[in-house]
Design a binder for this molecule. Sequence first.
Ligand SMILES: C[S@@+](CC[C@H](N)C(=O)[O-])C[C@H]1O[C@@H](n2cnc3c(N)ncnc32)[C@H](O)[C@@H]1O
Length: 332
Amino acid sequence: MATVESIPVAPPNEYYEIRAIPGKGYGCFALKAIKRGTRILADDPLLVVPMANYMQRDIQEAFEKLSPEQKAQYFTLHSGHGQDARKWPSRIHESVAEQERQRIQEQHQARIGKEPTLISIFQINCMEMDQGAAVFPHAARFNHNCNPNACFTWNSAIGKETIHAMSDISSGEEVTISYCDMVHDKKLRSWELKHYGFVCDCRACGEDEDDESTFAYQSATRRFRLQELERETRFLRGSRLECGAREEGFVKKLLEMAALHQQEGDYTARLATVFLDMALVCEFNKDIRMAALTAAKAVQVKKDCQGADFAEYAKYAAVLARLNAKLAERKA
Ligand SMILES: C[S@@+](CC[C@H](N)C(=O)[O-])C[C@H]1O[C@@H](n2cnc3c(N)ncnc32)[C@H](O)[C@@H]1O
């Protein structure tokens, strides 16, 4: 039970404070109106595990390197222990290799254990970092929403985890991020969130998806269509974008994807890639005016969600500069 004295403190900042929320532990609340694109937090890693398929011993090894204060800070974080074993599969398929089997068992024991452990804290607080994962003590205080108002990124250029506002946030509103892929449907999201030990009660999860008048219905429809469009365009993007440029209806599909992401409030780097691909396809098809317009949108979204100091941002800015130069040449 949280007491006033035990409430964790946010790092000195003008944007948010930490408050207790019944049933959710703590959460982060806006101290004032925050504009989309604002960097709310840039957090240093506390405990780093340099591989994705980490074992208990890897967390232990990283933990041993911490100072006594850092070790104590780690154990103030929320833990995913105390879950009901009956809600998890009781067997591991025989085809699973020995090392992975051990990994699954370690994770499972941590979840159903009675006390917080290194793993039970790591598994619900870690975020991707380079080829592995890390716990960021302040970023770890942001709760989940399937339609969040903020997003997080590991920014290797500055060596920090950043949290940016993805929409305009009102004073007093909880600042949330998504722990799962925003395109996933409710069933998959609930499985992903089960690993964190909670059932999401956001509008997209809590309302009746079969009732056309609800946000949940609209959201489910958008996510379903986005999945379809991702499947249809998967092999026409990235290094195969020139094939996409030649495909009839491809730009229309990218436009639809961009619209759906925006309607869903998903102003993440994924939306930036859709705008960038649109710009490159338009450039390929010699529609420079449209290309420059969509490149400007890509740059804006990229900057808003990750910042101009994010390494990949320079690539986006370079595309826009090239297109603007082409436009200027045409006008001259
Ligand atoms: C990374 S921590 C977030 C901060 C945490 N609430 C705290 O008190 O430090 C993740 C844990 O917070 C809780 N949590 C996050 N989002 C939630 C939500 N939407 N509903 C209920 N619990 C949530 C769950 O216990 C989850 O395992």
